[in-house]
Write a protein that binds this ligand. Structure first.
Ligand SMILES: Nc1ncnc2c1ncn2[C@@H]1O[C@H](COP(=O)(O)OP(=O)(O)OP(=O)(O)O)[C@@H](O)[C@H]1O
Ligand code: NI
Length: 379
C-alpha cells in the first residue's frame, strides 16, 4: 500500500481475537464512563470494547490519566461517583466439563443474560460483593496500605472467609498453597501485623487475599508500582506461575510497558480513555502499528539505550472534557492528516492477533522508529 493511503476500516471490525475458538472469560462492549463537570461533560472511558480470554495475562498500558483504572473498575462495576458507567460487561463462568449444565446455574444468585453468561452491570450490590471475590477479584491501585494496622494478617483472611460463609479450614489450606506460590512463609506472615512486613510481602499477602475465594479473574492495578525494581521483577515472575497453577486469568494494569513485556500474553494500549492498539505481546512490541504505541516504546528507558535516545511524547495529554475530534491522538501525531482530524479510526487487523486504530499504520511502521532492546528477549 502506498504511503499515505489509508487502511480500509469497517464498522464490523472489533477487538475480538482472530481465532473464533478463543475462550472468552469477560467481554466489555461499548463501555463508557461519563460524568458532569462544571466545564462540561467528561468522558473517562470512551466506547471501549475488549474481550478478555480465559487464562491469559492481559497487560493494559498507557500514560497516567489514560483511563486504565477506569477500565479495571468497569470490569467489576466498581466505577465510583461521579462517574457513570454504561454499556455491557459480561462474564462467562467456566463450563463444568463433567456436566453440560453451565456453571452460571451453579452460581445461582446472579442474573444471567444467557444460559452461560452473567450481566455484570445488572447485578445487585449483594451479588456484586460475592462476584468481586468469587469470580473477578481485584488488587486496587495503592492498596498496599489498606490492611488494618491493628489486625494481624491472619485476621484479614479470616474476616474475608467468614464474610463469605466459606469453610475456614478449607480456605486456609488454599491460602497456604497461595503463599507457597508467592514465596511467603505462611506462619511468619499470618502472625505478623502489617507494619512488620516489607512492602513486597504486604503486596504479596494482598494478592493472596484477593485469591482466597478462588476467583477466575484477577485484576491488578499497578500492583508493583510502589516497590523497588527487584521486588517488582520478582513479583512479576511469580504471577506467571500463579496463573498456571491456579488457572487464573490476569488483567495487569501498568504505565510501565517494559515491566510487563516478559509477563503478558497480550497487551492493550490505552490512549485518551480507549484502546488504540491490542495485540499479541511479541507482535505488538516488535511491530507496533499505532504512532502512539511507537512513541511510547521510544520514550521508555531500556537497559541498553542511552538516556538521550529516549524521547518523551510531545504535546498535552487529552483532557476528558475536551477529547480531540477524529482520532484523539491526532494533535500529537507525526503522521496525522486532515482525515484524522475528522474521522475516528476503528480497531482494524494489522497482523496475526493484532489490531490497531490508525488510518496510517503502514506509514507509522515505515517512518517512526524505535529500538527494542527490552522486553521480549527476557522471557
Ligand atoms: N470516579 C471518577 N469519576 C469520574 N472521573 C474520574 C473518576 N476517577 C477518576 N476520574 C478521571 O478519569 C480519568 C482517567 O483516570 P484513570 O484513573 O482511569 O487513569 P489511569 O490511566 O489509571 O491513570 P494512572 O496511571 O495515573 O493511575 C482521569 O481524568 C481522572 O481524573
Ligand atoms: Ni490508575
Amino acid at each position: 500500500m502506498a504511503i499515505g493511503q489509508p487502511n480500509q476500516s469497517t464498522e464490523e471490525e472489533t477487538t475480538e481475537g482472530d481465532d473464533p475458538d478463543d475462550d472468552i472469560v469477560m467481554s466489555v462492549d461499548d463501555a463508557r464512563v461519563q460524568f458532569g463537570m462544571s466545564r462540561g461533560q467528561a468522558w473517562v472511558l470512551n466506547d471501549v470494547s475488549l474481550d478478555v480470554r480465559r487464562e491469559e495475562i492481559l497487560a493494559v498500558v498507557g500514560e497516567s490519566g489514560s483511563g486504565k483504572s477506569m477500565f479495571a473498575a468497569a470490569l467489576m462495576d466498581a466505577v465510583e461517583d461521579p462517574g457513570h458507567l454504561s454499556g455491557d460487561v459480561t462474564y462467562y463462568p467456566r463450563e463444568d466439563e463433567s456436566d453440560e449444565t453451565p456453571s452460571a446455574d451453579q452460581i445461582g444468585s446472579y442474573d444471567a443474560v444467557g444460559d452461560d453468561s452473567i450481566d455484570v452491570l445488572g447485578m445487585s450490590e449483594g451479588e456484586l460483593d460475592n462476584f468481586r471475590w468469587e469470580e473477578v477479584s481485584m488488587v486496587f491501585q495503592g492498596a498496599m496500605n489498606s490492611f488494618n494496622p491493628t489486625m494481624k494478617i491472619k485476621g484479614h483472611f479470616h474476616e474475608t472467609i467468614q464474610a463469605h460463609n466459606a469453610v475456614l479450614d478449607e480456605r486456609m489450606e488454599h491460602v497456604r498453597n497461595l503463599f507457597e506460590a508467592l514465596h511467603l512463609d505462611p506462619d511468619r506472615v499470618m502472625n505478623a501485623y502489617p507494619h512488620e512486613l516489607s512492602g513486597g510481602m504486604k503486596q504479596r499477602a494482598l494478592i493472596a487475599l484477593a485469591l482466597v475465594l478462588e476467583p477466575e479473574v484477577l485484576v491488578m492495578d499497578e500492583p508493583t508500582a510502589a516497590l523497588d525494581l527487584l521486588m517488582q521483577r520478582s513479583i512479576i515472575s511469580m504471577l506467571r506461575e500463579l496463573r498456571d497453577e491456579f488457572e487464573l486469568t490476569i488483567v495487569f494494569i501498568t504505565h510501565d510497558l517494559p515491566l510487563v513485556a516478559g509477563l503478558s500474553d497480550r497487551i492493550g494500549v490505552m490512549y485518551s480513555f480507549e484502546f488504540i492498539e491490542v495485540g499479541d505481546t511479541r507482535s505488538l512490541l516488535k511491530d507496533a502499528a499505532h504512532p502512539y504505541t511507537r512513541a511510547l516504546l521510544r520514550s521508555v528507558p531500556s537497559i541498553e539505550s542511552d538516556i538521550d535516545e529516549m524521547e518523551p511524547i510531545e504535546g498535552a495529554r487529552p483532557d476528558p472534557v475536551n477529547i480531540p475530534t477524529g482520532c484523539s491522538f491526532h494533535p500529537r501525531c507525526p503522521v496525522a492528516d486532515d482525515r484524522c482530524e475528522i474521522e475516528d479510526p476503528d480497531l482494524v487487523s494489522v497482523g496475526d492477533d493484532h489490531q490497531t486504530a490508525c488510518f496510517y499504520s503502514d506509514q507509522a511502521r515505515n517512518e517512526l522508529s524505535y529500538s527494542l532492546d527490552h522486553g521480549t528477549t527476557e522471557d
